[in-house]
Design a binder for this molecule. Structure first.
Ligand code: PLP
Length: 374
């Protein structure tokens, strides 16, 4: 069986985690700070860690001050956490359709949906290809709308030569097992806005305030702390941070490997008239997280592939297809391009440990799967 994604764990990762487990603090220790410093440096933006990409989104939205009645524009072709966490803060999701060539949220579709209640536009870096934040900044102009970048797929990607993390008002990452680097479960929030940073981080640290300058009551001693707003425990542990640091050390090699798998697939599949590939923006240098292809009779082809042991996926079921959304009154048909995209899309396996002969095997099985659709 070949999975669609898989972690790359080497002896150096194992050693780092074992060492972390032997130290005095296995959580709230110095490795958390070190990992945060390292990612901040890598993405060139102040960053704190959390224990999932979902938590990162929740904290980011909280940090923006999302409240009931606010509207948040998102594409439908993303993991449902992009929307769920905003809805849990009382926001209303407005779905904007995508560019069918790249799978990225379309700026013209967004423009038509902006109202005076729009609080944020969420850009999802589908498959690892980063959205062009500048286009959306231009669209927003002087309006007080924030840009959130769900970069769960795109840690390591560049746009206009710059890393993902510092361009949107707030950017979120995931370190789930199949993502570009992993801590098992984990995530991070990056922002250059000190106010968003403080609010979001405090929310992810149970709302605890330790800065004496901010205390509202006199402090009876150094043990004293206050809670001004309620928060959740979204902390990443030290042993996960150790894994994160060790993984981040290898991210350039990981990127090269993903790039070469992407190129190999392009070479083998590019000439086929029955397979369409995803388009790349001129300005982007993606760390490819997914390898999407588009075919007719997707359900049959995907089933055939899986029956041959290639555990390909499809990304994503449009969010509003989920029953949780039609309970809120959303109907099918809102974003026809996203629906068509989903109806044709297959994500072929791509991960650091995938070999050239496995890629060739996957392609041969794909050709067979395509042939057997009648
Ligand atoms: C993985 C993912 C998330 C959620 O991250 P978790 O770490 O699994 O909670 C959010 N958005 C997108 C686009 C993702 O791919």
């Amino acid at each position: 069986m070949i999975p669609y994604g898989r972690q790359e764990i080497l002896q150096s990762d194992i050693d780092a985690v074992v060492q972390a487990l032997r130290s005095d603090l296995i959580t709230t220790g110095s490795l958390v700070d070190e990992f945060e410093r390292r990612i901040s440096e890598y993405v060139q933006c102040p960053t704190f860690t959390v224990n999932s990409g979902t938590a990162a989104l929740h904290a980011a939205y909280y940090g923006l001050g999302l409240i009931p009645g606010d509207e948040v524009i998102t594409p439908p072709n993303t993991f449902v956490a992009t929307q769920a966490t905003a809805i849990m803060l009382g926001a209303k999701i407005v779905f904007a359709d995508i560019d069918p060539e790249t799978g990225l949220i379309d700026v013209d579709c967004v423009e038509k949906l902006i109202t005076n209640r729009t609080k944020a536009i969420v850009l999802v870096d589908y498959a690892g290809q980063p959205c062009d934040v500048g286009l959306f900044r231009k669209l927003i102009g002087k309006r007080k709308i924030k840009i959130v970048q769900d970069a769960a797929h795109s840690l390591g990607s560049l746009i206009h030569g710059k890393p993902i993390g510092s361009q949107a008002d707030v950017t979120t990452f995931s370190f789930f097992a199949t993502k570009n680097i992993t801590t098992g479960e984990g995530g991070a929030v990056s922002t250059n806005d000190p106010d968003i940073f403080r609010k979001a981080k405090e929310f992810a640290r149970q709302g605890i305030v330790r800065d004496p300058n901010r205390f509202q009551n006199p402090a009876p001693g150094p043990w004293y702390q206050e809670v001004h707003n309620f928060g959740l425990n979204y902390r990443l542990t030290d042993f996960q941070s150790a894994l994160g640091i060790s993984q981040l050390n290898k991210i350039s090699e990981f990127k090269e490997k993903r790039k070469s798998i992407h190129q190999l697939y392009n070479q083998i599949l590019g000439q086929r008239t029955d397979i369409k590939l995803i388009s790349k923006n001129e300005e982007s240098d993606p760390m490819w997280h997914l390898y999407p292809i588009f075919v007719e009779n997707r359900d049959i082809v995907l089933t055939n592939l899986r029956n041959q042991g290639v555990m390909a996926q499809t990304n994503y079921i449009p969010a509003y297809f989920h029953p949780a959304f039609y309970q809120l009154g959303y109907m099918k048909g809102i974003c026809p391009r996203s629906e068509d995209f989903y109806n044709r899309e297959i994500s072929l396996p791509i991960y650091v440990g995938l070999t050239q002969s496995e890629v060739e095997e996957i392609c041969n099985k794909l050709f067979l799967a395509l042939k057997n659709t009648n």
